[in-house]
Write a protein that binds this ligand. Structure first.
Ligand code: SAM
Length: 277
């Protein structure tokens, strides 16, 4: 049990910073960043701009994807010696498609406090202004890189009735939109670019239309795709079976999906496939 404000243990603060607009930071974030002994930052040069803007003089140390395991002892040293520390990422909430989870887990394991200072995160910023259903939603972060893994990954969410949220780099946005259309089919999509910045743009359309767009290969993107909607399917069990086979699904998953999509039992699906109806 952690009673954050009622124990005298030292704390690792996970502090959210802006996702573009420097003003999107809380008073408490500035206060905590000013008062901790050290700030572990993903890229100290990037964060220096923010710290200078708010006249925060705290020393910074690097903590990123490639040194995060070596840095654990450094973070723990401060806590064990009576100092509070903060972790920030280049933008938004640490740990969200950024390093943060491992150190939070380690610090909890060692019995210190882990507390977050809430603020911006691109996924929620995009979702609330998307016009898509906000609950349930499923944040999936970046897609895997390899084509075979993308198909397997997206297949897991094919019939999930939740708005799906993805992060994407400007260099892969076109390809990703194509994969989403091929695998998830035609659905409403919202593409949010450069949130909170001068070029903030929302494209609210369908995946079928979105594949025709030539995206600007610059800036940052969040993609939100409408969840699965169970409709009267015009396709027979066999048609669906072949369709999902082409997507690389194994037979068991395939039959499970068809049962869900058509609202019938797996036994019925199996019988129809066996008798080729
Ligand atoms: N920790 C961050 C957060 O809380 O949102 C995410 C970091 S992740 C490495 C970077 C990705 O977040 C970008 O590739 C983009 O998909 C998304 N992102 C970050 N800032 C954004 C912005 N201002 N507009 C749109 N997408 C953004």
């Amino acid at each position: 049990m952690q009673e954050s404000f009622r124990n005298d243990k030292k704390t690792l603060y996970l502090v959210s910073t802006p996702i573009g607009n420097l003003k999107d930071i809380t008073y408490r974030a500035v206060e905590v960043l000013s008062n901790v002994e050290v700030i572990f930052a993903e890229d100290t040069r990037t964060s220096m701009r923010l710290l200078s803007h708010y006249n925060i003089k705290t020393k910074m140390k690097s903590y990123h994807e490639h040194n995060k395991l070596e840095k654990e002892n450094d973070v723990l040293w401060y806590l064990e010696n009576g100092f509070d520390v903060a972790l920030i990422s280049d933008a938004g909430t640490p740990g969200i498609s950024d390093p943060g989870f491992e150190i939070a887990n380690k610090v909890i394991e060692k019995g210190f406090n882990v507390s977050s200072i809430p603020g911006a995160t691109a996924s929620m910023t995009a979702l609330v202004s998307s016009g898509l259903k906000m609950q349930p939603n499923l944040f999936l972060g970046f897609l895997p890189r390899k084509e075979s893994e993308i198909t397997l990954f997206l297949n897991k969410y094919l019939t999930v009735d939740a708005t799906l949220i993805f992060y994407e780099s400007p260099f892969r946005i076109d390809k990703t939109i194509n994969y989403l259309f091929e695998i998830l089919g035609d659905r409403r999509v919202v593409i949010a670019r450069e949130l909170t910045k001068i070029y903030e743009t929302f494209i609210r359309t369908t995946l079928k239309e979105a594949i025709k767009i030539e995206f600007i290969n610059k800036g940052e993107y969040v993609i939100l795709v409408e969840g699965f909607i169970q409709e009267e399917s015009n396709l027979s069990v066999i048609d669906l079976f072949v369709k999902y086979q082409k997507l690389g699904l194994d037979d068991m998953t395939n039959m499970k999906l068809i049962a869900k999509e058509l609202g019938i039992s797996k036994r019925e699906v199996y019988d129809k496939i066996k008798t080729n109806k």
